[in-house]
Design a protein around this ligand. Structure first.
Ligand code: ADP
Length: 732
């Protein structure tokens, strides 16, 4: 949470602050190391100044004469916020010397730096992958810094492999005169040896020291109900600790909504004289504008009023792991979190010790802070630290007896040292499409930092060929990859491509893009939205319902010409206006992308959108759209069993329809789902009804006809899916 009473620091203030950072005194030595090695691995405590200072050091040392210095981030919110900070430190507007490019938002000057273009450019891993698709040598850059490499996201692993290959080509005669490419791989805690080995024995250096001390407190006993523990801890901090904002890590939107409601309710019971608590959500599916709002300082004309209000409020930012790294949220002094981490929509696992250290580090960014771990010290310390010297133990800590955790049932196991690389944890179909679109011909031999299991890779290749059968490999992958970002909500830019865009490649661009765009919908107002959904409900399911809502919004807002009207309409219908705006914006981008790629309805024409479709779709349109969705999402199909439950066709899991679904009381025999969530049982969310027979038609490589019937147990076993994808139900 930004300390809203803060006055803007001057350039001199910022320079003085920079000089106090641990990395400042190491800058000459650091530049010597960079000069001596093609690739350098840099480690250092969180807050030592790596993300903000290293690009500025390279710029000051003249590297930007030969091209931009790029810095990759796993998350868009961090890329934008770092660009703003570094622009302020360079006393320039964002988009000039310092800029950024994230999905659906960019601000940079394309000219080469020596002709006045952007010299320091923050990008997400996903955006760099897209740049590499059109320029594999990345010739616009003289140096690239891969930040938070320890997170081992799929996208950053692929980026590292591509950078290694770009370096080799630029070293050779194939370099096209682009010159050498410097690479700095950095993070706070990381598997140095893995990176050094991958880059053929690259040297590693460590920056010592941290900016501000963080006192770490652990729960005296394991807590059974972690949300309850979070809420009580926030209230205790609010009442007992000195001023300062609170950052709470939770596992996902649902927990954030529940915690926010509970904090609000509990805060209402405090005496009237007591300061109030402001819960502020921060998660990836929140619209970019709302994310930045949670971080941004108040506009100048409101600062005074807020300054007074600030004395009476303790903002509590309730965030997912989006806030774990690279973000400085000014004003945050307290950090609280349990060991639970959401792996995907299905699973919650304990965080790693490396992630725990990162989270604690969020408290010490701008002043001394406190970290409340809602699990025991034993849980953290149970495993001896590895020989990786970077993982420092926190100082001996007092037990946090005041914490509310009840009972002694351990709810988490001992923490792992570091999280397993994403490449080993999820379906690889998105990666495969991405690699194919980048022109990687032999995906099976691609040089991964940690090679995924060969069978998983082969399965992903098979799936991608099912999706893209009508097109040639490279072209179809490029199209699918280019069209897909709007289809993802929770993983933000880390996933530049996914089979979900395949619907677009089938020429149903406009309706598909609108539906996909609505998948950005946060679930924060689900109850009110559910009521209004009833009014818009389509028998085709939630996706078609969503399409109907967006169409009606388009009509109400005059296709964007009367946004005020649109907003009033959205509020009157209990719809999230920001989400609708984001949906329309994403749809516009997807339509533009489809036009650029020459996709369209037969004659190549791409309709502008669904402005004319304020009425429900005709039954022919509904069939066409649902068939297209089946072609794109066939991996996420489920069929009803005689018992009334459903079974997913690929992973064979027993699942139920989520109560919020338009199909809850109308149990269609065969459905596609967008998401699996586990609460009391495993639920499918965001459903579309389809005909089981379509699956064999749209994905013949994958399904034999009769597969769906076989899965329910009602037909002979001849109709099984031809293959199973590694990784169970977590395809997303
Ligand atoms: P590291 O990458 O080593 O974790 P950073 O370069 O991100 O460190 O941040 C170094 C310091 O710069 C932070 O501790 C904080 O004091 C300051 N800083 C960085 N970003 C911001 C920001 N957006 N607003 C205010 N201060 C910031």
């Amino acid at each position: 949470m930004t300390k809203r009473s803060r006055s803007e620091p001057t350039g001199e203030d910022l320079l003085a602050t920079r000089r106090k950072l641990p990395i400042w005194s190491a800058r000459r030595a650091l530049l010597r190391e960079v000069a001596a090695a093609e690739t350098l691995i840099l480690t250092g405590e969180t807050g030592s100044g790596k993300s903000t200072q290293v690009p500025q050091f390279l710029h000051a040392a003249g590297y930007t004469e030969a091209g931009a210095v790029g810095i990759t981030q796993p998350r868009r919110v961090a890329a934008v916020s770092l660009a703003r900070r570094v622009a302020a430190e360079q006393a320039c507007p964002v988009g000039s010397l310092v800029g950024y490019a994230v999905r659906f938002d960019e601000s940079f000057d394309r000219r080469p730096p020596k002709r006045g273009g952007t010299a320091i450019k923050f990008v997400t891993d996903g955006m760099l992958l897209r740049e590499a698709a059109s320029d594999p040598l990345l010739s616009a850059y003289s140096a690239l810094i891969v930040d938070e490499a320890h997170e081992r996201s799929l996208a950053s692993d692929v980026v590292l492999a591509l950078l290694k290959s770009a370096q080799a080509r630029r070293r050779s005669a194939n370099g096209g005169g682009a010159g050498p490419l410097k690479l700095v791989v950095m993070s706070a805690t990381l598997e140095v040896d893995t990176f050094c080995a991958f880059f053929d024995g690259a040297p590693a250096v460590q920056v010592l020291g941290r900016s501000h001390p963080v006192e770490v407190l652990h729960a005296a006993e394991p807590c059974e109900d972690y949300l309850e523990a979070v809420v009580t801890t926030v209230l205790q901090i609010h009442q007992l600790e000195p001023a300062g904002d609170v950052l709470v890590f939770l596992t996902g939107e649902d927990d954030i909504s529940a915690a926010a409601a509970a904090i609000e309710a509990r805060a209402r019971l405090l005496p009237a004289t007591s300061p109030t608590l402001l819960p502020l959500p921060l998660y990836a599916a929140l619209s970019p504008a709302a994310q930045m709002e949670a971080l941004a300082p108040a506009p100048p004309n409101t600062r005074k009023a807020l300054a007074r209000a600030r004395l009476l409020h303790t903002p509590a930012v309730l965030a997912t792991n989006i806030a774990e790294t690279s973000l400085t949220i000014e004003g945050v002094v307290y950090v609280a979190y349990h060991a639970a981490r959401r792996v995907d929509s299905l699973l919650q696992l304990p965080i790693s010790r490396a992630a725990a250290l990162q989270r604690a580090g969020r408290a010490g960014r701008v002043s001394a802070g406190k970290c409340f771990r809602l699990y025991t010290e034993r849980t953290f310390e149970a495993r001896p630290p590895s020989c990786n010297a970077l993982l420092q133990r926190p100082p001996a800590t007092p037990s946090c007896n005041a914490l509310p955790c009840r009972l002694a049932r351990a709810s988490v196991d001992d923490l792992e040292e570091a999280t397993a690389p994403e490449v080993l944890r999820r379906s690889l179909s998105a990666t495969v499409l991405s690699l194919l679109s980048l022109g990687v011909k032999d995906v099976l031999s691609f040089e991964f930092l940690t090679p995924p299991p060969a069978d998983a890779l082969a399965a992903a290749l098979e799936a991608s060929s099912s999706h893209c059968a009508p097109l040639t490999t490279a072209a179809r992958s490029r199209r699918t990859a280019a069209c897909s970002p709007g289809c993802r909500s929770s993983r933000s830019t880390a996933e530049p491509c996914s089979p979900r865009g395949a619907g677009v490649s089938l020429g149903r661009c406009s309706p598909c893009s609108a539906c996909c765009a609505l998948f950005h919908s946060p679930h924060s107002h689900r109850e009110a939205a559910d009521e209004s959904r009833l009014r818009f409900r389509s028998p085709g399911g939630d996706t078609l319902t969503a399409l109907h809502v967006v169409s009606a919004y388009d009509a109400a807002s005059g296709g964007g010409k009367a946004r005020g009207e649109g907003r009033r309409w959205a509020e009157a219908n209990f719809l999230n206006w920001r989400t609708l705006e984001t949906a329309v914006q994403v749809r516009t981008q997807l339509v533009a992308t489809a036009r650029r790629l020459g996709l369209g309805d037969g004659d190549g024409r791409v309709p502008d959108g669904v402005a004319s479709a304020a009425q429900p779709l005709s039954s022919e349109e509904s069939v066409e759209l649902r068939r297209a969705l089946a072609a794109a999402f066939f991996l996420q199909a489920a069929v009803r069993r005689p018992s009334g439950d459903y079974v997913t066709l690929v992973s064979r899991q027993t699942v139920s329809i989520h109560p919020s679904s338009a199909l809850f009381s109308r149990r269609a025999p065969c459905v596609l789902y967008n998401e699996l969530v586990f609460t009391t049982r495993l639920y499918m969310r965001d459903l579309t009804t389809i005909e089981a027979a379509w699956l064999a038609e749209v994905a013949p490589h994958f399904f034999k006809s009769g597969a769906a019937a076989a899965a329910t147990g009602a037909a002979p076993s001849a109709g099984q899916p031809r293959m199973r994808i590694h990784g169970g139900g977590s395809f997303r």
